[in-house]
Design a protein around this ligand. Structure first.
Ligand code: SAH
Length: 698
């Protein structure tokens, strides 16, 4: 690495402790590793925290307790940079100052120093620490001990143990390492220490950007990825934002919970997917652990998505995640979502506000803070343990409760208490906007009974107010369709598509001789026929792989079946001369006879490896010379378990999907309605003995 000498002297400020001075050495050696040598002058300052060694930090000390004098020296221009333990920095820096570099942590952990391990200390033993986080962790770890506030330099704190004034102390492992005092380490504690522990911060004046480039060399933030809190919408996977989908596609890592729809996860093709919410009795990942994972992935440079139901910041613990990640200087961006609170009523044609009926709305959490399982990001509704306490209902014409199902009876009582009449309209929507949505509507007097009879399951939304009169009586139910083909996006308008492909498309293996002959003689063909988009894709892949000049097919006639095939061709900037809308071999043949003189023409027909002699035979009869070429294979995927949940219909779009399905599962369950696309698929179903189906056009 090139050696860079920074000519100008840098005036570096720090606190006066030996630890502070070692920290400057650490910064200099990090720079040296990057080939940068600087000449420096050191200045030490006493901060508020150095002068006042009595006030416990657990009390509200000033945010800049450990930086005030250094901040002031920077502002006065006495020093150029200040080196701090990053965790000493105030939450928000003064506007004219900025962090030029944040270094990597040498060690994030806390350590216990004492005569015996912390877990073995007897009742009443004294353990000293200066921070609130540590106090809480110590109490959880060994509730018998007495926690006391201590202050002072590392050496002063170690002396307290030596002199027997306390039985042990908790300090940062990194401090002992920096000072060469690791012999004092009794045990490394398993808890997560304060944010930024072990990291150093180089702070300077915002306007001195000459330092920006220099310290960027040792700034870990440069290699950080980013965390996106993405709102997934209320349930229907089509109700996510365009931006949300875009980021899912780019994500390296997706954290999702029980509210996330499988179709959304399918967008995140290349991402590692991590489940964090409860399903079927499996455990919830505690919020602190989730926070830590989010941060670690982002710090490792990943694009991280935390997919959250509805809008990320509506009763979603999103604020906790933002605060936590910010404390580690990890970038967080929120991608808003449609909140279930407004989108579900909306999807049922129910306005939350309506002229003359309702001019105000309140959104409430149906359970009380005390019901919330500590540290959980999954609503207590999932847990089913709820108090029956009456809650205060704010004055509003319409009230929407989230996380309220298991407390419905108490919610009704609370509304009565707030002056709502027994006849007031109220409804409960379970799994709103999803295919298995269920709605119960009624009056305050009877809703609890009705909901119990129907056995509604969470997640559920409760809405009370006069606008419920807009509820469509037959709220549309979305069909769940098992789709066996390869292009699920195309059929979303038919219902909720459960993608269960029964074919798998792969390029065919072509021997070198075959490819050479093809490319040598391609110009001899007057026409090329494509009967599927895959034929187009794999045919052109062969040519581009061979660096064959695709544009020179300009004068060739393309004859295709179906719009999808034409679209695939458009990718290569070609338009078909003939496009058969009836998507069968017969349909295409009729169209060719009407519009194209085949006599004496040489025609190439790239197709799948399944032989289908019809088209070649017919065209040959009319005087064409047809060469077939298998460019892709259409194979049966391995047998899988059927997807879970209700299925209303099954959709087949090609004969091979029918054959492969029957090969694996023997029959099509009689309660499913069968949809088929195209006459060939239909014929194949008929031959297998299935008559009851509706024909759809794609
Ligand atoms: N951030 C989410 C709410 C998280 S709290 C949002 O904006 O929608 C979880 C609660 O949201 C559930 O207990 C339930 O009250 C409500 N909820 C979420 N999805 C729902 C759905 N599909 N149907 C009914 N209620 C839903």
């Amino acid at each position: 690495m090139a050696e860079i000498n920074v000519q100008q002297k840098i005036r570096i400020g720090s606190r006066g402790s030996s630890l502070a001075l070692v920290q400057i050495d650490e910064i200099l050696s990090l720079l040296a590793e990057k080939g940068v040598r600087i000449s420096e002058e050191r200045y030490t300052y006493q901060t508020g925290g150095d002068r006042d060694k009595v006030t416990p930090l657990t009390q509200n000390v000033a945010d800049d307790f450990f930086t005030d004098a250094l901040d002031a020296a920077l502002i006065r221009g006495e020093i150029d940079i200040a080196v701090h333990s990053a965790k000493d920095l105030p939450q928000i820096l003064r506007e004219d100052l900025c962090i030029w570099a944040l270094t990597k942590s040498l060690d994030e952990t806390d350590v216990f120093v004492g005569k015996m391990p912390l877990s073995e200390l007897p009742s009443g033993a004294k353990v000293g620490t200066s921070s609130l986080i540590r106090q809480n962790e110590i109490k959880k770890f060994n509730p018998r001990v007495h926690v006391c506030d201590i202050r002072g330099t590392i050496q002063e704190r170690l002396d307290l143990v030596e002199q027997g004034k306390v039985d042990g102390i908790i300090v940062a492992t990194v401090a002992l390492r920096r000072l060469g005092l690791t012999r004092y380490i009794r045990e490394i504690m398993p808890w997560e220490a304060a944010p930024l522990q072990g990291q150093l911060a180089v702070v300077g004046r915002r306007k001195d950007f000459r330092w920006h480039q220099l310290f960027a060399l040792i700034d870990v933030r440069k290699s950080f990825g980013k965390v996106y809190l993405v709102g997934a919408g209320p349930g229907d996977p089509e109700l996510i934002t365009v931006k949300g989908v875009k980021i899912l596609k780019e994500a390296d890592c997706v954290f999702y919970d029980y509210l996330a729809h499988q179709n959304l996860l399918d967008y995140a093709r290349k991402a590692e997917k991590i489940y964090v919410g409860k399903r079927k009795g499996s455990q919830v990942m505690p919020q602190p652990e989730l926070n830590k994972l989010l941060r670690q992935k982002a710090m490792a440079g990943k694009i991280v998505v935390r997919l959250k139901g509805g809008d990320p910041l509506v009763f979603g613990r999103g604020a906790d995640e933002i605060t936590y990640l910010r404390s580690y200087h990890v970038d967080v961006q929120v991608i808003p979502g449609l909140s279930s609170a407004t989108a579900i009523p909306s999807s049922l044609n129910i306005p939350l506000t309506a002229r003359g009926l309702s001019s105000s709305v309140a959104f409430l959490s149906g359970h009380l803070a005390a019901d919330d399982e500590e540290g959980s990001h999954v609503s207590a509704e999932q847990e089913g343990k709820m108090s029956t306490e009456i809650m205060k209902i704010p004055k509003a014409d319409t009230v929407v409760f989230l996380m309220g199902l298991t407390r419905l009876a108490s919610i009704v009582d609370s509304l009565r208490e707030a002056g709502w009449s027994q006849d007031s309209l109220i409804m409960v929507v379970s799994k709103g906007t999803r295919a298995d949505e269920e709605i119960v509507s009624g009056r305050l007097g009877d809703i609890a009974k009705k909901v119990e009879e129907k056995g509604l399951k969470p997640p559920a939304l409760i809405v009370a107010g006069p606008t419920i009169q807009f509820l469509k009586k037959e709220a549309l139910k979305k069909e769940r369709i098992l789709y066996t083909g390869t292009n699920p996006e195309k059929y979303t308008s038919f219902g909720e598509i459960v993608h269960f492909p029964m074919i798998e498309i792969k390029p065919a293996y072509l021997e070198k001789g075959v490819v050479d002959r093809l490319t040598a003689r391609l110009h001899e063909y007057q026409a090329i026929i494509f009967t599927s988009r895959f034929a187009v894709k794999y045919f052109f892949e062969i040519l581009t792989h061979e660096h064959w000049p695709v544009f020179s097919l300009r004068s060739t006639d393309f004859i295709v079946i179906g719009k999808d095939t034409a679209q695939a061709l458009a990718v290569y900037d070609f338009e078909p001369l003939i496009l058969a809308e009836i998507e069968t071999g017969e349909g295409l043949f009729q169209k060719i006879l009407q519009e194209y003189d085949v006599k004496g023409k040489r025609i190439l027909f790239p197709r799948s490896s399944l032989p289908n002699p019809y088209l070649k035979n017919e065209l040959t009869k009319w005087g064409a010379s047809v060469d077939e070429l298998a460019v892709y294979q259409n194979i049966k995927p391995e047998k899988r378990n059927m997807p879970e949940g209700r299925i209303d219909k099954i959709l087949f779009t090609s004969p091979s999907t029918v054959k492969n399905f029957l090969r694996d599962y023997d029959i099509i369950p009689p309660i499913w309605e069968i949809l088929s696309k195209g006459p060939v698929t239909r014929r194949c179903l008929q031959e297998a003995g299935y008559e009851s189906f509706s024909l759809i056009e794609g």
